[in-house]
Write a protein that binds this ligand. Structure first.
Ligand SMILES: *Cc1c(COP(=O)(O)O)cnc(C)c1O
Length: 573
């Protein structure tokens, strides 16, 4: 399999090249030359595979065997997922039906897919554990038999989850140095403790006095400084990295198979029509998580619908409503990122969306468009994308033709969840237990009738509200809805505890509800972070002098990495 940029200037890259480069030099994102469709019989033959072996089947479709042989691929993936706290890696839990009064049975079939069982308790671990091992594997291969050791310097800015997951994915990896910038004092205490308590020598936390955007600007400037970038082999780990998308595709397949077993559906279906179908609701920011679902659709997994769940930063929801992708208008008083209860989804534009619209503009929707996979069509799609992206930059937005939007709607629906709805959902799913009858009734005692209560993190709640609305408004063509749960509630305790402990319903008070504490909702490892030793470089900007921030970060990298690395080319496949 080869890779090309969505903007057309670079094509024919190997998987390794696409992974190391991250962003294409023409500003585009890497996509595979074609999306393999997998025959139904083959998909169903994967149903009983453990998570890492299933991941290997999926990766194999996108990576040539000459590039990573089967044995190595399985080894990389097995090690990547061994850091998760359960062998299922991403377990599926049935939610209670908190809306029995509606009499809609689809509320009986609402599940959460827990993607937060990795080392940092957020879904980004799934991808970044894999990415760290891939970097290490490719570097070891380049360096084999050579005295000079080639290495990379991973540089990124974080407002929370990405930095932590990157650090845990890259800690201790040979020939990899990682520098993660965060705005000093402006990320949540849990996230700060999680990052700065990693003491591996190759991990460097840098706290910059300023905002997240200041950190982002420093990163951009250093990536744009060609000599600096070459000297240190700067590498990015942001959500546009192709390997991250690929890794995330696995849990769509895995959860589908888990669901079939859970509901006792026959797994021997021989036609697509006879299969149980499912829909997914995905809390979305940079469109990485849900794009992985789109690849699963294209490969042939029976997904009826993907629900794009946004918070009040709703550029994606507005697109699906109108066909216009537009930052908020300057002067509307709303052109800044809004701070919400689900901060990992607070974005102005959504970086991975470019990949989806490349396919849509080529003529693909649920399936590959007619004659779509010709070089000529690919070129036309790339030219269109380059134009749209330039309009986004210059004019703040672009509109797509009606047929493009119609193809998007073959697969996607969207919903925008407010902070008030987020809080309400957290409260409802927790307090539901106090409205249950004292004695278990048959409907609550049956197999897999759902847990009596569930603590949602605010991001997950955004997805659950979107799913509820979709079900309630009759949008479901299938009974089964899986909501992706992207973080442990223990990572965002303020919003969760407030939702549960304030405005407590009378029924809960009467039944002896006691206020819930951080230790009740957080995994032990998070609670214990506080006492651990920490290491972090502080960069002062003397009250906001941006040049000082840039100089400070540059000096820190020079000091820690020294002369830089010799250049060694990627293996030619
Ligand atoms: C990153 C993140 C998201 C958004 O994922 P995208 O792939 O950017 O859409 C949602 N929830 C949490 C907790 C995250 O960390």
């Amino acid at each position: 399999m080869r890779y090309r940029s969505t903007r057309g200037k670079s094509t024919n890259l190997s998987f390794e090249e696409a992974v190391f480069e991250g962003l294409a030099t023409d500003g585009g994102l890497y996509i595979p030359h074609h999306v393999p469709t997998v025959p139904l019989s083959e998909i169903l033959s994967w149903a009983d595979l453990p998570f890492p072996k299933l991941a290997a089947k999926i990766f194999r479709k996108f990576i040539a065997e000459q590039e990573i042989p089967d044995k190595d691929l399985e080894d990389i993936l097995t090690r990547s997922f061994a850091t998760f706290s359960t062998p299922e890696v991403t377990p599926l839990t049935k939610l209670p039906n908190v809306r029995p009064e509606l009499g809609n049975h689809n509320f009986d079939n609402l599940y959460v897919l827990e993607l937060f069982r990795g080392p940092t308790f957020a879904f980004k671990d799934v991808a970044l554990q894999v990415l760290g091992n891939l970097f290490e594997y490719f570097l070891a291969r380049r360096n084999r038999g050579s005295v000079e050791q080639y290495g990379i310097t991973v540089l990124g800015a974080t407002s929370g989850d990405t930095g932590g997951a990157a650090i845990y994915g890259l800690r201790g990896k040979k020939n990899v140095n990682v520098f993660i910038l965060h705005p000093k004092g402006r990320i949540s205490p849990v996230q700060e403790q999680q990052m700065t308590s990693v003491l591996d020598e190759n991990v460097h936390n840098v706290a910059v006095e300023g905002t997240f955007d200041d950190c982002q600007d420093i990163v951009k400037t250093l990536f744009g400084d060609e000599p600096f970038r070459r000297r240190f082999h700067l590498a990015a780990i942001n959500s546009i990295n192709w390997a991250r998308i690929l890794a995330q595709t696995t849990y769509y397949f895995y959860s589908y198979f888990t669901l079939l077993k859970r509901i006792g559906a026959p797994s021997g279906a021989t036609s697509y029509a006879a299969l149980t179908k499912v829909q997914y609701s995905v809390p979305t920011g940079n469109f990485g998580d849900i794009l992985a679902g789109y690849y699963a659709v294209r490969m042939g997994l029976p997904i009826e619908r993907l629900i794009v769940a946004t918070n009040e930063n709703d550029i994606l929801h507005r697109f699906f409503q109108t066909g216009r992708y537009e930052k908020k208008k300057a002067g509307s008083g709303d052109e800044e990122v809004r701070q919400t209860l689900s901060p990992a989804m607070d974005i102005l534009v959504s970086s991975n969306f470019e990949r989806l619209i490349w396919y849509l503009s080529r003529g693909d929707g649920r399936h590959t468009g007619a004659d779509a996979e010709t070089e000529e069509k690919a070129q036309v799609a790339s030219a269109t994308i380059a134009q749209w992206m330039s309009d986004l930059k210059a004019k703040g937005g672009f509109s797509v033709p009606e047929d493009v939007l119609a193809r998007a709607k073959e697969v996607f629906s969207s919903f925008c969840t407010s902070d008030a709805q987020t809080t309400d959902a957290i409260q409802r799913y927790y307090h539901h237990q106090f409205s249950l009858p004292y004695e278990p009734t048959p409907s609550h005692a049956g197999a897999d009738s759902g847990c009596p209560a569930y603590v949602l993190d605010p991001h997950t709640a955004v997805g659950v509200v979107a799913a509820e609305n979709f079900i309630q408004n009759g949008g479901s063509a299938t009974a089964y809805t899986i909501c992706l749960s992207t973080a442990s509630p223990g990572k965002f305790p303020e919003a969760v505890l407030k939702a549960i402990n304030e405005n407590v319903p009378n029924t809960s008070l009467q039944r002896g509800f006691k206020a819930v504490s951080y230790a009740d909702i957080a995994p032990r490892q998070l609670v214990e972070l506080e006492g651990l030793p920490k290491r972090c470089v502080d960069i002062s900007t003397d009250g906001g002098k941006k040049e000082l921030g840039l100089e400070g970060v540059r000096n820190t990298i020079e000091e820690k990495v020294g002369a830089g690395f010799p250049a060694v080319a990627a293996a030619k496949i």
